[in-house]
Design a protein around this ligand. Structure first.
Ligand code: ADP
Ligand code: MG
Length: 701
């Protein structure tokens, strides 16, 4: 019987064998030929052209030059011995350096002096001149037989090297693979290839390993990236379609008295256009008998709470209960307060349920929930406990997505006969590319506009040398009646050093801002909750002008009168954290400031972060840079990065390809939702074979 060689296990490949196969399996999950085929080079050695010395730039990787060595000099500086050579071509000279060189090699170099050679290596710049350390050297007569081209360099590990799988061996195995009669079938529809001018899969997979030139390589890379995004989106979007079919929920067709009365009579401000748009998106979802699964992204202060409230009112108008769940007690408390205040003149019952609500107070709340008397419940994880029973939960709003896993969300579902609609709110903007990938099976709404009249926060960077002028600035702001945050890096449970940082800072600030003129609060993660609350309240009530804190204030503090955020050692914070902290100010009518303090020396990444903060207030722009600097896995936390293990595509760089692939899949699913047309059959088969774990495809009917 014919068996596609791609399905053969790797040990049967010439050059592999059982031992190496084992290493390839454990290191890279390469089991079959087809897996090896997908083990892509991470870079190429460019032997496609000869560079001139005058063309070298500091960013070059390995390059190849033609010329001769015109000088050799041995240098002995104590223990350090090296051999230095001067390489010359028609455009200039370049230094060559060897450390620890054998006599044999030295003699060979000497005998090649003044002969035409090809050298190969990575140039580095030192004192304004370029040099190559340990270049590969070949006499031009020998080099002539070598074909010019790009040579693949494969990701490797120590274990692989130990098993003798050097890059060269890997190349050889890859060649052997192609030498067998493998049949690489196309997996994208032909009309897609045509439309996006993509090369075929067979051609692309050959070219990614052995490109003839850059053009061919680029075409292969583009094709394979597209393919990777295509199938990811196919998995996500078909999952979404399955969910819509499978996850029935109660439709909310009515916009009734609660919503209308509130909207027409008690809305304290006009909604921003973004808020209006999002409400519309939500209303469209809610009319359907399918469960809403919507992610609401919006920067700090963009007014997500109002959107949540209006959505809850729609639920109530349709005879259902609504729950709002927040990650911390402080946040839950705050939501509860602002919602209670907004609904003050409306006859809607709202209650708070957190871990610290006493048993005695808890009992009537639970009873009212079960009887349906209670319409809106705000709380923490405490809401997920089994003894919390709803009469008819119709909507769950979840604030701060990142801290809740899917499993926890599912718990909510079980609290109703039909799963409630779900609105997930996050103040951590993530780039569209990332949300498409991470939450590809959710719908996403974005509030990309702040309420009118907000003055953009001014952000500046100051080194410690400017501390005095920063203190002076603080005094001036306090004299105007403002309040100030000063934040130190997070205190870990065990981190005594950082606590010391905070305490030292607190002391020096107490000296610079002495009683009785100034009063200072201090808040950190190791305080007792009661102490923390006491200190926070003093600041909230404007009894203290300065709040010295760790990142515990990152979420959930709202003091509109505070207009200055000072972040100490800001180089130690990540971008999204800096942005979150900055969001604590700029909540009132006054001009607000964020001052990023750092030491004098900054590495490139810290510098870029600080620069970005100073340049923009836009959380989505900040997030784009964050994605670029950290990569998607780190940005989302490692537990979720599995989805983000791309073989070749790069979320930060390949936006255009991602959007194109997404659109393409959307279109296909629109006219052929089950991929049953002949032109789509190969794609369907490939998908079922390789991605079937990702979607209940068979359930699409
Ligand atoms: P976040 O999106 O961070 O949760 P909030 O919902 O807490 O933002 O809103 C921040 C502040 O902006 C609140 O004081 C809220 O009352 C106010 N706000 C919300 N929407 C508007 C609007 N359209 N116009 C004016 N102020 C608004
Ligand atoms: Mg909020």
């Amino acid at each position: 019987m014919y068996q596609n060689p791609l399905k053969k296990t790797i040990e049967y490949l010439k050059g592999a064998g059982p031992e190496r196969a084992k290493a390839l399996q454990s290191e890279f999950g390469i089991f079959r030929y087809e897996d090896l085929l997908q083990h892509f080079p991470f870079r190429y050695v460019d032997k496609s052209k000869f560079y001139k010395v005058s063309e070298i730039s500091s960013t070059d990787a390995e390059i190849q030059l033609k010329g001769k060595i015109v000088e050799l000099e041995e240098i002995n500086q104590g223990k350090v011995k090296r051999l230095k050579g001067k390489f010359q071509d028609t455009s200039g000279t370049l230094e060559l350096v060897w450390f620890k060189i054998s006599t044999w090699q030295k003699d060979k170099l000497k005998s090649d002096l003044f002969k035409e050679i090809v050298i190969y290596g990575k140039p580095s710049v030192f004192n304004g001149t370029y040099s190559i350390t340990h270049p590969e050297i070949e006499l031009i007569e020998d080099a002539k037989s070598v074909s010019l081209g790009l040579f693949p360099v494969y990701p490797s590990t120590e274990k692989l090297t130990k098993r003798g799988i050097t890059n060269r061996v890997m190349q050889k195995m890859m060649q052997n693979l192609f030498a067998e009669n493998i049949a690489i079938a196309e997996n994208l529809p032909e009309n897609v290839l045509d439309h996006f001018k993509l090369i075929g899969r067979n051609e692309a997979l050959k070219a990614i390993h052995f490109p003839k030139d850059l053009n061919e390589l680029n075409a292969a890379v583009r094709r394979l990236k597209f393919e990777e995004f295509f199938f990811l989106n196919l998995a996500n979007l078909s999952q979404k379609a399955v969910n819509k079919q499978k996850n029935k929920s109660n439709p909310f067709p009515i916009i009734g008295d609660y919503f209308n009365t509130f909207y027409n009579e008690y809305l304290p401000f006009e909604l921003t256009n973004a808020q209006k748009r999002v409400i519309k998106e939500i209303r469209t979802d809610l009319r359907q008998p399918a469960q809403m699964n919507r992610l609401l992204q919006g920067d700090v202060g963009s007014g997500k709470t109002m959107v949540a409230l209006l959505t809850m009112l729609i639920a109530i108008d349709n005879g259902f209960q609504a729950a709002l769940i927040a990650p911390t007690e402080i946040l839950a408390q705050q939501h509860f307060e602002s919602i209670t205040e907004l609904l003050n003149d409306l006859d809607v019952s709202v209650k708070l349920l957190t871990g610290s609500v006493t048993k005695k107070k808890r009992q009537p709340i639970l009873e009212d929930l079960e009887s349906g008397e209670l319409k809106i419940i705000v709380g923490t994880h405490a809401l997920l406990e089994d003894n919390v029973v709803f009469k008819n939960l119709g909507l769950a709003v979840i604030d701060e997505q990142h801290r809740f896993g899917v499993a926890q969300r599912a718990k909510f579902w079980r609290k109703a006969t039909l799963p409630p609609h779900v609105l997930v709110m996050t103040a951590t903007p993530i780039p569209r590319t990332l949300s498409m990938t991470m939450y590809g099976d959710l719908d996403v709404s974005v509030i990309d506009e702040l309420p009118k009249g907000r003055k953009p926060i001014k952000t500046v960077h100051k080194t410690d040398a400017y501390r005095l002028s920063v203190f002076k600035f603080i005094k001036d702001e306090i004299a105007k009646g403002r309040q100030i945050y000063i934040v130190y890096p997070l205190i870990e449970e065990s981190d005594k050093l950082e606590l010391k940082d905070l305490m030292d800072g607190y002391e020096s600030i107490s000296r610079a801002f002495p009683l009785p003129e100034y009063a200072i609060s201090i808040v950190h993660g190791r305080q007792k909750p009661a102490d923390k609350e006491f200190e926070m309240n003093r600041f909230k009530n404007n009894e203290t002008q300065i709040l010295v804190a760790t990142t515990v204030i990152e979420v959930g503090v709202n003091v509109p009168n505070a207009s200055v955020m000072i972040i100490e050692n800001s180089e130690r914070f990540g971008l999204s954290q800096l942005h979150q902290l900055r969001g604590r100010v700029g909540r009132g009518a006054e001009q607000s400031f964020c001052i990023l303090m750092t030491g004098k020396k900054l590495n490139d990444v810290s510098r870029r972060r600080i620069q970005t903060m100073c340049e923009t207030n836009d959380g989505f722009k900040v997030a784009e840079v964050d994605l670029e600097l950290r990569g998607p896995g780190d940005m989302m936390g490692t537990q979720q990065s599995g989805v983000l293990n791309f073989k070749i595509a790069d979320l930060a760089k390949d936006k255009e390809i991602l959007y194109a692939a997404r659109k393409c899949v959307e279109k296909i699913l629109e006219y052929d939702p089950t991929l049953s047309l002949p032109i789509n059959i190969p794609t369907k088969n490939f998908f079922l074979e390789n991605h079937k774990d990702k979607v209940g495809w068979s359930q699409i009917s």
